[in-house]
Design a protein around this ligand. Structure first.
Ligand code: HEM
Length: 390
């Protein structure tokens, strides 16, 4: 989402789940390679997919969401959106709170079964595009209510787990949703290339009052999107009409391919200078971030509060019997053809999350429950060692 505010553009680059598969930015390339095409066969591979996911216990919550009925929404209109990471709000007194963004669909959550999705995919490969286009064309504008969750800096310090770990949620009972407004989609782009393909979104685009958080995964994303966009659209991608702020924004960037707007004329190029050009605006700067501990990749071994299975287990316990069965069936179907060592890893994670989830998954995957229980007593390194291919 791109908000053209009076103080510049704010992009919220989120997803339709509240969490993510990974929390270490270095695993992002691996995630993409595991879900995309295999270098040998040139085809997608459930084996690669599940091997990667089960090597990372922190992906368990997201695995549970993806395999649940919510894995395939009926349409873009029938799903929620989330910012996922913790971001921050700060005011003119430099007081800061941490926040998460949620957009809950007013159309209601509706999902497809694997079977329904298979038929639709065979009949209309533009199904989601058509659905959204047609709804807007008939003036049935889809709407989402925007909410924020707020956590004070003090609460974050005393939280029972890392509040900046994207694989974990902030429980609504503890951090209630505060209503902010409504997002309505009421216009289709005039030109798909100009307004969609040339659009560039990056979590690094914020406006005064909105800032980042110590989520190391977010910190990685802050660099990655601009890099991709300089390559994809050119160094002046922020001057392309769909990306350009609707208000005057004086950024320090000059020159380069496709700079066609006068390039700040004769103004000196350097700062600091004696002429009051390119002066910083400290009044809108994000408060400094106090850090504790080592600046390093996400290393859960440093974190005794880390429990990768609590959220996935809670989600399972929240599901009705019908939804639990859909989750088990979807997973078993998805893991069809995956080798047993990897199936064991997933079944162990399910058991660690919830006794019933684990036993039902074990049965659906046709594994030996005694072996699952034996493996569940191992720590993560032990489980990985015990489930290496023979
Ligand atoms: C380390 C983690 C991640 C990295 C390095 C990363 C990087 C990227 C890059 C390079 C692009 C293409 C940008 C472009 O060419 O315009 C992209 C697209 C996207 N990413 Fe990520 N991403 C990460 C995680 C996430 C997460 C956690 C979310 C959701 C919260 C997300 C949501 C999106 C979306 C929605 C797009 C498409 C944007 C568009 O349509 O232009 N990504 N990502």
């Amino acid at each position: 989402m791109k908000f053209y505010t009076e103080e510049g553009n704010w992009d919220l680059v989120g997803n339709n789940t509240p969490t993510f598969f990974i929390r270490d930015v270095h695993n992002f390339t691996g995630l993409n390679r595991a879900v995309k095409r295999d270098p040998h066969t040139g085809m997608r591979s459930a084996q690669n997919n599940w091997d990667f996911w089960t090597m990372l216990p922190e992906s368990f919550h997201q695995r549970t969401i993806t395999m649940s009925d919510r894995g395939i929404p009926v349409s873009f209109r029938n799903m929620h959106f989330y910012g996922e990471h913790a971001y921050s709000f700060y005011n003119e007194k430099n007081e800061r709170v941490w926040c998460k963004f949620h957009f809950l669909t007013q159309q209601g959550i509706k999902c497809l079964s694997d079977e329904e999705a298979m038929k639709i995919n065979g009949m209309d490969r533009e199904y989601h595009g058509h659905d959204l286009y047609d709804a807007i064309a008939r003036k049935d504008y889809p709407k989402w209510t925007m909410y924020v969750q707020i956590m004070t800096e003090e609460q974050a310090k005393n939280h029972y787990e890392n509040p900046f770990d994207i694989t974990k949620i902030w429980r609504h009972k503890e951090f209630p949703l505060h209503e902010v407004g409504v997002l309505e989609l009421n216009r289709w782009p005039e030109n798909y290339f100009a307004e969609v393909e040339q659009a560039a979104f990056t979590p690094a685009h914020v406006v005064p009052g909105i800032g980042f958080s110590p989520d190391r995964f977010l910190q990685g994303r802050l660099f990655s999107y601009g890099d991709a966009q300089r390559y994809r659209l050119g160094v002046n991608y922020n001057e392309i009409p769909v990306n350009r702020a609707k208000c005057e924004v004086n950024e320090y960037h000059r020159d380069g391919y496709m700079r066609v707007d006068g390039n700040y004329g004769a103004m000196p190029a350097y700062t600091p200078n004696s002429y009051q050009y390119w002066m910083p605006s400290p009044e809108v700067a994000e408060p400094p971030l106090e850090l504790e501990g080592a600046m390093w990749r996400f290393d859960p071994k440093d974190d005794p509060t880390d429990d990768c299975f609590r959220d996935g287990g809670d989600l399972y316990r929240l599901m009705s019997e019908e939804k639990r069965q859909i989750l088990i069936d979807n997973t078993a179907r998805n893991m069809n053809g995956v080798t047993d060592n990897i199936k064991y890893r997933h079944a162990v994670h399910c058991l660690k999350a919830d006794e019933e989830y684990g036993t039902r998954m074990t049965k659906a995957l046709m594994l030996d429950i005694d072996e699952v229980r034996r493996l569940a007593k191992l720590d993560n390194a032990g489980l990985i060692a015990a489930t290496m291919p023979k």
